[in-house]
Design a protein around this ligand. Structure first.
Ligand code: HPA
Length: 275
């Protein structure tokens, strides 16, 4: 068997045993500083990545490295508290292993979140953005022999971010009085932040948000037919000019993400309840 598929199946088999009969239909990936959503999950089972056979361990700050199973609202969910990034040095099939494991466990919807730099002048720090599309500046996670049992060689990406979920999220945000934007997320490999020249370039080609994650997981989710809802928290505003007083700082990013996490959690919970 393909070594990558064996690793996915072994991890899924271990998690299935730990879940003792629970059947999550919703998978959640909690980005930098957003792991607190896990606190709202009831009747929790916590499974550290380090206990899952073949599973990589997340080394990035603000990423705890646990699967959390339980109920959010009335739905069984499986959350990844902390993600794996390609900048940590992991190959893409490790970065995205959690998504394919979720697929084998029966997950139909992926709710994915991240902290991002805002390039759109309408955005302020702390704003929430419904991701409506992405631009991939990382290596494509599907490079290599196609895993036919998960999906086709050339998967469609026309509607990567589910239109119905986006519409519902906007309606729910309106009802809750939560301000949301809709934007395009550009994924860079990182780990260095962008230069002002890069920010100007990314803005010019259509990016509203810049981050170092999400795109690989979304491509892999769409490859295997999982419906995706993505949300960014604007944790900093990307500099288009070289200003020494406006440097990017990972600690600030985490702090800001934590402050916006409550609104994002509420929106995720209501949207998941409505499925
Ligand atoms: N750039 C890239 N990734 C990020 C940023 C940023 O400005 N903020 C949070 N993650």
């Amino acid at each position: 068997m393909d070594e990558r598929i064996k690793r996915i199946k072994d991890a899924a088999a271990y998690l299935k045993k730990q879940l003792s009969g629970r059947e999550p239909k919703v998978g959640i990936v909690l980005g930098s500083g957003l792991g607190n959503l896990a606190e709202d999950i009831k009747d929790k089972i916590t499974i550290p990545y380090k206990d899952v056979p073949g599973f990589p361990v997340s080394t990035a700050i603000g990423h705890k490295g646990n699967f959390i199973s339980g109920k959010l609202g009335d739905k069984q969910v499986l959350a990844m508290q902390g993600r794996i990034h390609s900048y940590e040095g992991y190959p893409m099939d490790y970065v995205t292993i959690g998504i394919r494991v979720m697929k084998l466990l029966g997950v139909e919807y992926l709710f994915i979140s991240n902290a991002a730099g805002g390039t759109n002048p309408d955005y302020s720090i702390g704003d929430l953005v419904i991701i409506r599309d992405h631009i991939n500046m990382m290596p494509n996670p599907l490079i290599g022999p196609n895993m036919d049992e998960f999906g086709p060689r050339f998967p469609d990406m026309t509607c990567a971010y589910d239109m119905q979920l986006r519409k519902k999220a906007e309606d729910i945000a309106g009802e809750l009085g939560i301000k949301v934007h809709k934007g395009i997320y550009l994924g860079t490999p990182g780990p260095s932040y962008e230069t002002p020249a890069e920010v100007r370039f990314f803005k010019e080609v259509g990016a509203d948000l810049i981050g170092m994650s999400t795109v690989p997981e979304v491509i892999v989710a769409r490859h295997c037919g999982i419906r995706v809802f993505g949300m960014s928290v604007v944790t900093n505003l990307s500099n288009t000019r070289n200003q020494a007083k406006a440097l990017n700082d990972a600690e600030d990013v985490l702090k800001q993400a934590g402050e916006s996490a409550k609104r994002m959690c509420l929106l995720f919970t209501k949207l998941i309840e409505s499925l």
